[in-house]
Structures are given as structure tokens and as C-alpha cells.
Design a binder for this molecule. Structure first.
Ligand code: NAP
Length: 325
């Protein structure tokens, strides 16, 4: 697989989002199946693996640590701190003492002596970002962390953090149905030499066409609380999938591959992290690394999808309130 750079970090052009193996979209998979999926990704050339303290909580980091132990030095482990008690339903907590405690606990669960990329998961309005960056800087000086990242941070926060400790990567939602980062975020990242890791690059599964208005989500599936995934909005948003289907057919690719290749074609420093629990979908998604979209393809995708008015917010009101702008 080709490589890309996130700041000074070299990673595979597509990473693996590990969240759904344990959390978020139902109950996840067994440890054995999760380990097998992560190792299959490594065998196919994936070297960037994404997790967080709050996925589980805690079990997703432990799963990843177990899976990569035999080849730990050949991969980049990215994890995140930033919620009270590691619970993403609770308020943010980026107090320096909490960041240090999370780092120690994450190192143990990941079975490693350094976290390659340590992201603040959500900006904490109670803690100045300079203090957060300072705490991570100390962890970097101590050799426990290699690179600093932010997630869903706005441009002011990015600039202030970067002035204290250079930021290697911003991880925020970006996809064919959520293009907000194009307006302000991408130009600032380009100016500062910060890489971009789009999360939910497949629109939490919707952009693949595998989800329809008839899909039933499990009780523990977080999409139940997402307005964009209400039955009515899924029905309305099917227009986007129908148009994407035509584009994919013309390119001899799948919708998932178009969604990922489109992100990678935006900038050479963009590294999407699609998540899946299934090996055949892993293969399909990684196939996007070989798909080239020409400038003409990009224009035609923009023209075809640009006037679709996507229905529904991407987060519940409570989750939306945590987004820094
Ligand atoms: N920083 C943050 O705040 C944040 C927020 C959300 C996510 N993330 C990170 O980003 C990663 C990816 O995001 P995500 O998991 O939310 O969304 P995603 O990658 O856009 O979509 C994942 C969903 O798509 C399905 N899927 C994957 N490949 C498919 C394919 N080829 N065909 C059909 N369905 C497919 C998966 O189901 P199956 O398992 O059934 O294949 C899963 O339900 C996460 O794992 C996590 O590491 C970060």
C-alpha cells in the first residue's frame, strides 16, 4: 500500500478505524474475530490503527494492543483522551492530570511503551488548549507519546495548540455527505503542514448503499440517536446513494471505494480510516487505494452530488454541543 504523511508521521494511505469492532454500532465482535480483522488489515499493508479510551470504554484499546503485539514496531497506534472517566456520554475532561492518567492506562492496554499519535477527542471548554498542548508536550518529552492530534477542533483551537506543540493530525468527520471541513479547516491544515484523518469516511455505512430506510439498528447502535439516520431521512438521502451508484458503475468500482478515493484525491495528506467488522469489506475498502479519480472525475462527482440537500443533522443535539467551532 502507498504511504502518506500526517505531519512527520508516515502511515499507509488508508488506515483502519477500530471503533466498531467493540463499540458504537451494536455489540461489536469477539476478541478472536477482532484480532483476526486487525491482523488481516496489517497483512494488506495497513499501518495506521485508530482507537480511543472511550471505545468500549477501554476494551477497544485492549483489543488493538493484543492484535498488534507481534508487529507493534511496524505500525502507528493512534488513541484519544478527553472524556470524564473515559465515557463519551459524559462531559469533556482534558485536565492535564487526567491526560497523564489516560496516557499511562492506554499504554498498558495497548501493550506498548509509546503512543504514536495521541489525540484530544473533543475540545474541553474548561481547559485552555495551551494547557492541553503543554501536557501532551511533556508526555512527548518523556517519550511516552510521539505525536499530538486534535479531533473536531476549530481553526482557532488548531492554531493555538500548534503554537505550543506542533499538531501532526486533525481527525474530524469528512465525507461525501459532510463537507464542512473544506471551507475553513483544510486551508489552515495546509498552511500549517498538519495532516487530516477523516473519520466516518463512509458516512457511518450509509454511503456504501448497505443501509436503507428498512434497516433496523440494534438497541446499542449509536445511529439510533443520529437525526441523519432517522427512517424518514434515510429515505430522503437515498437520492445521494442512487447518484453515487451511477458514478461507481461508470468507474467499475463500488460506492465505498468511490467515497474513499474521493477523499484521498482531495489532498495528498488526507488519510481516511474506514471501519468494518468484516474481512471482505476490509478488502473492498482497501481497494480504494488503487482507484485513481481524475480531475474530470472529481468535477463530475461534485456536479452530480453537489445539489443533493442531505437531510438531518450528523449528531444529536447533545453531541453537537461538544463540537468546537
Ligand atoms: N474522532 C471521532 O470523534 C470519531 C468519531 C467516529 C469515528 N471515529 C473513528 O473513525 C473510524 C471510522 O468511522 P465510523 O466507523 O464511524 O464510520 P465509517 O467508517 O464511515 O463506516 C463504518 C460502517 O460502515 C460499514 N461498512 C464499512 N465498510 C463497508 C462496505 N465496504 N460496505 C458496506 N458497509 C461497510 C460498517 O459495518 P460492518 O462492520 O458491518 O462492515 C460500519 O457500520 C472509527 O472506527 C473510529 O476509529 C472517530
Amino acid at each position: 500500500m502507498q504511504k502518506r504523511h500526517l505531519g512527520a508521521l508516515e502511515v499507509s494511505a488508508i488506515g483502519l478505524g477500530c471503533m466498531g469492532l467493540s463499540y458504537g454500532y451494536g455489540s461489536g465482535v469477539s476478541t478472536a474475530d477482532g484480532v483476526a480483522l486487525i491482523r488481516a488489515a496489517f497483512d494488506r499493508g495497513v499501518t495506521l490503527f485508530d482507537t480511543a479510551e472511550c471505545y468500549g470504554p477501554f476494551s477497544n484499546e485492549a483489543l488493538l494492543g493484543e492484535a498488534v503485539e507481534p508487529f507493534r514496531d511496524q505500525v502507528v497506534l493512534a488513541t484519544k483522551f478527553g472524556f470524564q472517566d473515559g465515557d463519551s456520554t459524559r462531559p469533556p475532561d482534558s485536565r492535564p492530570e487526567r491526560i497523564r492518567a489516560v496516557a499511562e492506562a492506554s499504554l498498558k492496554r495497548l501493550r506498548t511503551d509509546r503512543i504514536d499519535l495521541f489525540y484530544q477527542h473533543r475540545v474541553d471548554p474548561q481547559v485552555p488548549i495551551e494547557e492541553v498542548a503543554g501536557a501532551v508536550k511533556e508526555l512527548i518529552e518523556a517519550g511516552k507519546v510521539k505525536h499530538f492530534g486534535l479531533s473536531e477542533a476549530g481553526v482557532d483551537t488548531i492554531r493555538r495548540a500548534h503554537a505550543i506543540q506542533p499538531v501532526a493530525a486533525l481527525q474530524s468527520e469528512y465525507s461525501l455527505w459532510w463537507r464542512e471541513p473544506e471551507a475553513q479547516i483544510l486551508p489552515v491544515l495546509e498552511q500549517l503542514g498538519i495532516g487530516f484523518v477523516p473519520f466516518s469516511p463512509l458516512g457511518k455505512g450509509f454511503l456504501t448503499g448497505a443501509i436503507t430506510d428498512r434497516t433496523e439498528f440494534a438497541d446499542t447502535d449509536f445511529r439510533r440517536s443520529v437525526p441523519r439516520f432517522s427512517e424518514e431521512n434515510r429515505r430522503a438521502n437515498q437520492t445521494l446513494i442512487d447518484r453515487l451508484d451511477a458514478i461507481a458503475a461508470a468507474k467499475g468500482a463500488t460506492k465505498a471505494q468511490i467515497a474513499l478515493a474521493w477523499l484521498m484525491a482531495q489532498k495528498p495528506w488526507i488519510v481516511p480510516i474506514p471501519g468494518t467488522t468484516k474481512k471482505h469489506r476490509l478488502e473492498e475498502n482497501l481497494g480504494a487505494a488503487e482507484l485513481r479519480l481524475s480531475p474530470e472525475d472529481m468535477v463530475s462527482i461534485s456536479q452530480s452530488l453537489g445539489d443533493v440537500d442531505v437531510q438531518g443533522e450528523r449528531y444529536s443535539a447533545a453531541a453537537q454541543a461538544r463540537i468546537d467551532r
